[in-house]
Design a protein around this ligand. Sequence first.
Ligand code: 0O2
Length: 210
Amino acid sequence: MQSELQRFLLQYEFGLREIETKITILRDEFQHLHDYNPIEHVSTRMKSADSIMAKVARRGLTPTLDAVREHITDIAGVRITCSFNGDAYRLFDLLTQQDDVTVVQVKDYIANPKHNGYKSLHAIIEVPVYLSTGRVDVCVEVQFRTVAMDFWASLEHKIYYKYDRIVPDELLSELRDAADTAAELDARMERLHRQLHGAQEPSEESPVGS
Ligand code: 0O2
C-alpha cells in the first residue's frame, strides 16, 4: 500500500513539473518579447500523505486512492506571485487556454474577495502526464496573486493557525483593513505601471469569464 501511495503521489509531482515548465516558458517568452517579467516568483508544494488522509477523513470519504483522485484536487499546488492583478489574469488566460490543459474549477477571489479580505485567483486544472504505462490526467491547484496579497495572505495564514482557526474579532478587523490597504497599493502601483508602459485596460475590470 505504501509503495502504491508513493507511486500515486509521484504522478502529482510530475503534474506539478509540467505546470512549472509551462509557467517558465511563458515567463521567458514574455521577457524575450516584451522585455518585461510578469512573474515575481513561483512556489510549489505537495500535500503530505498525512494531510491528504486528514482531508479525506474530514470530508467523510472512503480512504481509497480512487476517492482521493476524484475529490482531493489540491494535492499538487502552484502559487504564482505577480506584480499586478492584470498579470495574474493574463497568466491565467495563457495557461488555461493551452490545448492540453483542462479547467476543472475557478474561484476568482480577486473579483470577489473573501469576507476576511483574501484576494487571489484559484484554478484547479487537469494536465496529462505520460508514464511508462500510459497517460494519466492529474489535477493541480494554481493560485495567482499579487506580491501585496501574498504578503497579506502569508501573515493571515499564520494568524489563522496560531489561533486554531478562531481569530479574535479585533484582529479580524485589522486584517480586513490591511487587505484593503494592500488592494489600494496594488491599484495604485498598477496605475503607475500603466503610465510608464502606456495605457492598457485595468486588470480589476478583467475578471475571469468577462
Ligand atoms: P495550504 O497550506 O496553503 O494548502 P478546499 O481547500 O478544497 O478544502 P476551499 O477552502 O474551498 O476548500 O478551497 P479554496 O478556497 O480554493 O482555498 C484553498 C487554498 O487557498 C488554501 O489551502 C489556501 O492556500 C488558500 N486560501 C483560501 N482562503 C484563504 C484565506 O482566507 N487566507 C489565506 N491566507 N489563504 C487562503 P489550504 O489547504 O487552506 O492551505
